[in-house]
Design a protein around this ligand. Sequence first.
Ligand SMILES: [Fe+2]
Ligand SMILES: [Fe+2]
Length: 160
Amino acid sequence: MITEKLQKAINDQITAEMWSSNLYLSMSFFLAKEGYDGLANWMKKQSQEELEHAYEMAGYVIRRGGEAKVNMIDVVPQGWGSVQEVFKHVYEHECNVSAMIDKLVDIASAEKDKATQDFLWGFVREQVEEEATALDIYEKMKKADNASLILLDEKLGQRK
Ligand SMILES: [Fe+2]
Ligand SMILES: [Fe+2]
């Protein structure tokens, strides 16, 4: 059985994951409008991945005898100055999410809930990859001229 406090904290994270999903969908629409269909596809997958995180967390809460909730999702930003700015934002956002997940582990630890700590460590590890991928793309974009940006758009468009 999951404690009330931990259930509330994970439900808040579910809301945050759904907000992230909407943020990336908003970015995907922006990229598509700017003509970067590959980057838009990459970002749409990113959006779907965040929803999967929400589903996974909700499933966990339910398996532990708790109640998963769908809350109101705040409005997300729309419109960026450049593609570089979009990916800088992705990187910074993923760093914020990592900090949120770390706090969740602290709460699970304070509640002495070992199973939830174990469950959350999976997300802690995944955040390392999320940050690294976003930073890698951002670094490449900063150096890219128009021709290499087109190549990057094609490459990232292949994300399944
Ligand atoms: Fe996530
Ligand atoms: Fe993420």
